[in-house]
Design a protein around this ligand. Structure first.
Ligand code: PLP
Length: 413
């Protein structure tokens, strides 16, 4: 069936999530397809930041740590994020950045699995995970890393009785490929290994079931699909069954059993509390809190159905309308094993993305030659998809991307 703009508009009319878009402050004339890198701003977040700043910080000053619940935010918000990733309360904290949480989780897993010295990860991982693993290895002589794509083609082939921990991305940041969390976790456990799942591209993008899949540790961002705001703190999940024995190396006072006892030595607090380190960014936590109010209203299965429909439509339209211009789909064609993003390869990828951004279609570029588009069902409409492909078609058809000004590179791509 040929898809036209009328069919696309009908999809928007039937969309049960369509009402959420007006809760976001999206600029006129922009089609935003980069919510997998930085989620859009909610009007409610502005109000919440203003309240936290003007009233609580400005007027109540230090009293707000108690009075406004500031001190408890990492764990209260943790439980609210936990609900979105299939974690029962008491297992998730919102704190620090994903990189630090990878470090903590890896250390904790190695500490629980003494006598084993192998970390399995993906060569195609989001690089910070590998960099942090290198940092962990530097403090633990004899520990080594085995990488998918380097030491074997599939991660499954790297897991054996010598492996302490498997560090793996739920959705690949570049290709959008979605892993089978349940099967991989089961395989790792059968070999006596623990798993750390990185949920940066799945939290808020699709249903995640950490408890049901028996996951050991998980980490992820809140500034992507969860719309927490630029630099919003990340989360860490530690399964209840590990909390008593697990220890983490960044043993700061916020994780102490009695932080205001000001004792000389560290005594890790109970449960997930121990995974905190130091003072947290309250204004950022409050912006996230407003976003989580919206998430409380959202049915994650509706998010998933719309996400698959948006990405399927995008692929279909790009291939139908821009197919002649050498854009090659990267990642799964089958929506059920795809996250909420679509990537294409092209030798002019950087320039093509710059030309799109100049025309108000914002996606991003990932080196060396990928253009990447994120689809956020809360505020991306089917008409947005249509418009984006229209602009892409124009940029390809006219060759506008070849203009030399599009080749100038910025620090953040
Ligand atoms: C975005 C992202 C990160 C970011 O880590 P930060 O420490 O929050 O900067 C980590 N891992 C993955 C898979 C990501 O996509």
């Amino acid at each position: 069936m040929k898809i036209d703009i009328h069919a696309v508009e009908a999809l928007d009319r039937d969309d049960p999530l369509a009402g959420f878009k007006s809760r976001f402050d999206l600029p006129e004339g922009v089609t935003y397809l980069d919510g997998n890198s930085l989620g859009a701003a909610l009007h409610a977040s502005y109000a919440e930041i203003e309240k936290a700043a003007k009233r609580e910080w400005g007027q109540d000053l230090i009293r707000s740590w108690n009075k406004a619940g500031w001190f408890a935010l990492p764990l209260t918000l943790g439980d609210r994020v936990g609900r979105l990733i299939g974690a029962a309360p008491g297992q998730t904290a919102v704190t620090d950045h994903t990189s630090a949480n990878v470090y903590k989780a890896l250390h904790a897993a190695l500490g629980l699995n003494t006598g084993r010295h192998v970390i399995v990860a993906e060569g195609g991982s989001f690089p910070t995970d590998l960099y942090m693993a290198e940092g962990v290895i530097a403090t633990r002589p004899g520990t080594v890393m085995r990488l998918e794509g380097v030491d074997a083609p599939r991660i499954e082939d790297l897991i054996d009785e010598t492996v302490a921990v498997v560090l793996v991305n739920h959705v690949n940041y570049k290709t959008g490929a979605l892993r089978d969390m349940e099967a991989l976790t089961r395989q790792a456990h059968a070999a006596g290994a623990l798993v750390v799942w990185d949920l940066c591209h799945s939290a808020g993008a699709l249903p995640v079931e950490l408890d049901r899949c028996n996951v050991d540790f998980a980490v992820g961002c809140t500034y992507k699909y969860l719309n927490g705001g630029p630099g919003a703190p990340a989360f860490i999940y530690v399964a209840k069954r590990h909390q008593e024995k697990a220890s983490q190396p960044l043993s700061g006072w916020w994780g102490h059993a009695r932080p205001f006892g000001f004792e000389r030595s560290y005594d890790g607090g109970a449960g997930i509390l121990r995974f905190l380190s130091g003072t947290q960014p309250i204004l950022s936590l409050r912006a996230l809190s407003a976003a989580l109010d919206l998430w409380d209203e959202v049915d994650m299965t509706a998010i998933r159905s719309k996400s698959i429909a948006l990405t399927d439509l995008f692929i279909k339209l790009v291939e139908a309308r821009c197919g002649a211009h050498g854009l090659k789909l990267v990642g799964p064609r089958d929506g059920t094993v795809r996250g909420s993003q679509v990537s294409f390869e092209h030798e002019g990828a950087y320039e093509i993305m710059q030309a799109l951004i100049e025309r108000g279609v914002i996606g991003d570029f990932r080196a060396p030659a990928t253009i990447r588009f994120g689809f956020t069902p809360l505020y991306t409409s089917f008409t947005d998809v249509w418009n984006a492909v229209d602009v892409l078609h124009d940029v390809m058809e006219t060759g506008a991307w070849r203009d030399s000004r599009h080749a100038v590179r910025s620090a953040v791509t």
